[in-house]
Ligand binder design. Structure first.
Ligand code: UDP
Length: 321
C-alpha cells in the first residue's frame, strides 16, 4: 500500500484528496500547519503531523516515515493579497517548496504531485487554454506557481525525481457524501461567497462586471468539482510511480459558465432570491478562462464525473440543509 504525504491535507482541496487516496487503497499522512487547514477536515484513517513547510526538520521527520510520494497543496492562494504582500508569497510558496523538494531528495522520495494553477497562463491569447499556451502570469501568486513548476522541471533533470503539476481551473463543490464539512474562513472565491449570502453569513455580494464580451456580459470560468480534482491527484500518483516522465496538466471541464449562471443556478437550488448588485470589473479578470484538459484525460486516464453546474452547486448546498 503506497504511503502518500499530503502537505496541506487539512485544507479544502487537500482533504478531498486524502478522501480519494483512502478510498483508492493508499495510506495517507497529512502534514499541515493548520493556518488555513481545519481539524474537521482530518480523516481518522489518515496520519497527521502538525508542521510548517518552512521547517525543514519537521519535513525531514515526515519524509523519513517511508513515504512513497508527496502531494503538495500547502500554498497561499489569494491572488489580490499576493500583489500587496509578495514577501509572504515568496516565503510560503517559494521557500516552502524548496524545503519540500530538498527534503524529498535527502530522504529518497522520488515523486511529487503539485497544485499549480491556470494563473500560470495570464491573459488568454486563445481559447480553450491548452498546456502549450504561453506562460505569462499576471499576479505574483501565478508567478510562484510557474516558478515552482520550473524548479520541479530542473530537479527532474538533475535528480532521480519526477512530478506532475496540476493546473487547477476553478475548484468548487464538496464531497457528495458530506464527509468533508470545513468551510473556508474569509472566502475569496465566487461560490463560497454566494453561499455565505445564501446562509445569511453576509448581506449580499457583487458581480464584478456586466459588460464583458460574453453572452450575458459576465465572466465565464471553467468550474471543476473538487472530487474530480481529487481523483486526478490519485491518478497522477499512480502515473508517477509507473512512469519516469513529468507533466504539467490542465484540470478543467472545458465548459465556460458565467457568473450570472452560477447566481441563477444557486437561486434555483436554494429556492430564494439572493441579494446582489453589479459592480465594476475586478482588475486583471479575463472575460473567459476555459481549459482544454485532453492531455490530463489521456495521461491520467481520468475524466471529470460532474458535468452539470447545478449538480455541483447542490453538493455545496447539501452541507447547509
Ligand atoms: N466574482 C464576482 N464576485 C465575487 C467574486 C468573484 O463576480 O464576489 C467573479 C470574478 O470576477 C470571476 C469569477 O467570479 O469572474 C470567478 O472568480 P473567483 O475569484 O472565484 O476565481 P478566479 O476565476 O478569479 O480564479
Amino acid at each position: 500500500m503506497p504511503k502518500i504525504l499530503v502537505i496541506g491535507g487539512a485544507g479544502y482541496i487537500g482533504s478531498h484528496v486524502v478522501k480519494e487516496l483512502l478510498e483508492g487503497g493508499y495510506e495517507a499522512v497529512v502534514f499541515d500547519d493548520m493556518s488555513s487547514g481545519q481539524e474537521v477536515n482530518l480523516f481518522k484513517e489518515a496520519g497527521f503531523i502538525k508542521g510548517n513547510i518552512l521547517d525543514k526538520k519537521a519535513l525531514d521527520g515526515a519524509m523519513s516515515q517511508n513515504i512513497d510520494a508527496v502531494i503538495h497543496l500547502a500554498g497561499k492562494k489569494a491572488v489580490g493579497e499576493s500583489m500587496e504582500n509578495p514577501q509572504k508569497y515568496a516565503e510560503n510558496n517559494l521557500n516552502g517548496v524548496v524545503n519540500i523538494v530538498n527534503s524529498m531528495v535527502d530522504n529518497d522520495v522520488k515523486h511529487i504531485v503539485f497544485s499549480s494553477s491556470a494563473a500560470v497562463y495570464g491573459m488568454p491569447q486563445y481559447l480553450p487554454l491548452d498546456e502549450k499556451h504561453p506562460l505569462n502570469p499576471m499576479s505574483f501568486y501565478g508567478y510562484t506557481k510557474l516558478a515552482t513548476e520550473n524548479l520541479l522541471a530542473w530537479y527532474a533533470k538533475l535528480k532521480d525525481f519526477n512530478y506532475i503539476a496540476l493546473r487547477y481551473f476553478n475548484a468548487v463543490g464538496y464531497a457528495a457524501d458530506k464527509s468533508i464539512t470545513g468551510r473556508e474562513k474569509n472566502p475569496q472565491n465566487l461560490l463560497p461567497i454566494i453561499m455565505e449570502a445564501a446562509t445569511g453569513k453576509r448581506d449580499g455580494f457583487a458581480i464584478f462586471g456586466s459588460d464583458y464580451d460574453t453572452p450575458d456580459g459576465t465572466c465565464l470560468r471553467d468550474y471543476i468539482h473538487v472530487s474530480d480534482l481529487a481523483s486526478a491527484h490519485v491518478a497522477a500518483i499512480k502515473r508517477l510511480m509507473t512512469d519516469k516522465k513529468s507533466y504539467s496538466l490542465n484540470l478543467g471541464t472545458g465548459k465556460g459558465i458565467s457568473v450570472k449562471q452560477i447566481v441563477d443556478a444557486t437561486e434555483n437550488i436554494i429556492g430564494k432570491r439572493l441579494n446582489y448588485r453589479y459592480a465594476a470589473r475586478r482588475p486583471g479578470d479575463p472575460a473567459i478562462v476555459v481549459a482544454k484538459s485532453d492531455l490530463a484525460q489521456q495521461i491520467l486516464n481520468w475524466k471529470p464525473k460532474y458535468t452539470n453546474i447545478e449538480d455541483i452547486i447542490q453538493t455545496v448546498w447539501n452541507l447547509e440543509i
